[in-house]
Design a binder for this molecule. Structure first.
Ligand code: NAG
Ligand code: NAG
Ligand code: NAG
Ligand code: NAG
Ligand code: NAG
Ligand code: NAG
Ligand code: NAG
Length: 449
């Protein structure tokens, strides 16, 4: 880079005018290089040269109705800059502002030197169950809408695309009122489907993605539970036409895919990156992204939980950051806060009854003075989300959302970036809130911000 340019970027970074990230933090509020919250839900990735394009649903209005398919670009999967919208509503068509456009996926057609976008195209009651197609001559478009229809006359709701090594492409979709899952080949233009190659009858699968590894196809998909998370599954086959193996979990069943639903699976060396959505139906634009390593180290694809991690794209590897653990039960309890015991808790104990006067203060938490990711491990057995306040050295509180974990013995973690001073800090949870927070098991402080 030119010295002057790096000086300018360093100056802009110092002024906070350019937003730079170095790590992947599942569940964090991701912002783009302009500092705006990334709106790219139900998304998909397209790689062109060394640039990645991330297409997704813009849900900034919190409505499920169509506002835009956004397009972001990055060369490192971490710093994303927003481009022109790839697709926007057209009144009087099936992609108007009163319709549904979900799960956009783009592949490149070398025959026509054209980018082709497929998406779930529907009416607001999800009754039409169609696919839509749009095309463009550049990665972000804007795309020209072609049409929406039912592939081979049957339903298509949650869908994905898979482009094989030989350029043959396939639609992966929940069909027949979400009962059957189908894989159907596209024509040479990628404008329509031609022949169905596989049907998993009665599989009730959605949110599909396929990665090929050593000649074997791996299908990753969720089951159907609306916006609520479920244990996503994997299947394998030597051919897209099958036989597909019976389903198996990609993560421990009780964590419900770490409260997420698959949207795309990006190959990374001999592993892959699982890209999922943490849907928040009552506040859709605040749905978060759960990106995790999908590792074959056990022989089958398994998610690796990582609070903070990074990728080396040229080496095709990932590394998971390690941090310093502070057990909640080692803290100073205030109000009605109580020690809870269960074998699922780290150290066998957690702190409950936080909020409504109950607090716990962790003492001597070591900081680096530069803003750091801290992960809160907690349980929330409610049907709904809780939240917890965090205060560093008695300062202002930050509110951290805590999705329901599915049981008092199911622990998840949520990230928060804290400004710890260099050296020793106190960190207090549950002050100044009248609602109950989740039960706090431990926190892990990372040396990276
Ligand atoms: C993101 O951009 C910043 C500023 O250019 C850079 O320092 C940082 O290394 C980038 N992140 C990654 C993961 O490359
Ligand atoms: C797709 O192909 C079918 C069967 O040939 C045809 O009936 C349908 O009109 C085509 N749809 C589009 C959008 O081209
Ligand atoms: C698929 O499974 C069926 C039933 O088990 C079996 O008859 C068939 O030979 C298998 N096909 C392949 C390609 O393995
Ligand atoms: C503890 O809980 C009881 C019962 O809910 C409540 O009346 C009391 O005010 C709480 N104490 C504190 C210190 O918050
Ligand atoms: C915090 O959680 C409570 C439920 O425990 C909820 O009523 C409240 O709206 C949440 N606050 C925010 C700002 O989301
Ligand atoms: C940490 O400091 C940054 C920069 O001053 C500020 O923008 C951010 O709000 C602070 N975060 C918290 C949790 O106080
Ligand atoms: C406005 C418009 O184009 N509506 C169409 C949307 O799709 C349904 C189902 O295919 C058609 O019946 C409508 O005409």
């Amino acid at each position: 880079m030119f010295p002057l340019l790096s000086l300018i970027i360093a100056a802009l970074l110092a002024c906070g005018l350019v937003h730079a990230e170095t790590v992947i933090v599942p569940g964090a509020t991701l912002t783009d290089t302009s500092g705006n919250v990334i709106q790219a839900h139900g998304g998909g990735i397209l790689k062109v040269g060394s640039t990645y394009y991330w297409f997704g649903e813009d849900k900034a209005t919190n409505s499920a109705l169509f506002t835009a398919v956004s397009c972001y670009s990055s060369t490192d999967l971490v710093n994303w800059s927003r481009q022109e919208n790839a697709l926007t509503p057209i009144s009087g068509t099936n992609i108007s502002t009163s319709n549904i456009v979900e799960r956009p996926k783009v592949i490149y057609n070398s025959k026509n030197d054209e980018y082709v976008m497929w998406f779930h195209s529907d009416t607001s009651d999800y009754g039409a169950a169609m696919v839509g197609v749009a095309t463009a001559s550049t990665p972000c478009g804007p795309y020209t809408y072609k049409s929406s229809w039912k592939p081979l006359g049957a339903d298509s709701r949650d869908m994905g695309l898979y482009q094989d090594d030989d350029g043959t492409a396939y639609l992966l979709y929940a069909s027949d009122n979400n009962q059957d899952f189908k894989i159907t080949q596209l024509d040479a233009n990628y404008y329509n489907v031609t022949t169905q190659v596989a049907q998993l009858t009665g599989a009730t699968l959605e949110a599909p993605g396929i990665v090929k590894r050593n000649g074997v196809y791996y299908l990753i998909a969720s089951h159907t539970s609306g916006w609520a998370p479920n244990p996503n599954k994997w299947f394998q086959a030597d051919s897209l036409s099958g036989n597909w193996s019976s389903q198996a979990d990609i993560a421990p069943e009780n964590v419900r895919t770490y409260f997420s639903q698959n949207n795309y699976d990006l190959p990374l060396g001999s592993n892959a990156i699982y890209m999922g959505d943490r849907w928040r139906p009552e506040l859709l634009g605040s749905s978060r992204y759960i990106w995790l390593p999908l590792s074959w180290s056990s022989g089958s694809p398994q998610l690796v939980w990582a609070d903070v991690w990074s990728v080396d794209l040229s080496a095709g590897t990932y590394s998971v950051a390690s941090g310093t653990t502070y057990e909640a039960e080692s803290g100073t309890l205030g109000g009605n806060a109580t020690i809870l015991s269960d074998s699922s808790y780290s150290g066998g104990e957690a702190v409950g009854y936080l909020g409504d006067g109950g607090t716990v203060t962790l003492n001597d938490v070591q900081g680096n003075g530069q803003g750091q990711w801290v992960s809160l491990y907690y349980a929330n057995a409610d049907q709904t989300w809780r939240n917890v306040t965090v205060s560093v050295n008695g300062g202002a509180t930050t509110l951290v959302d805590q999705p329901n974990t599915g049981g008092t013995d199911v622990i998840l973690s949520v990230p928060v970036k804290l400004n710890l001073t260099s050296g020793s800090n106190t960190v207090t949870f549950g002050s100044s809130q009248s609602n109950y927070a989740g039960d706090l098991d431990k926190i892990i402080v990372y040396n990276v911000g």
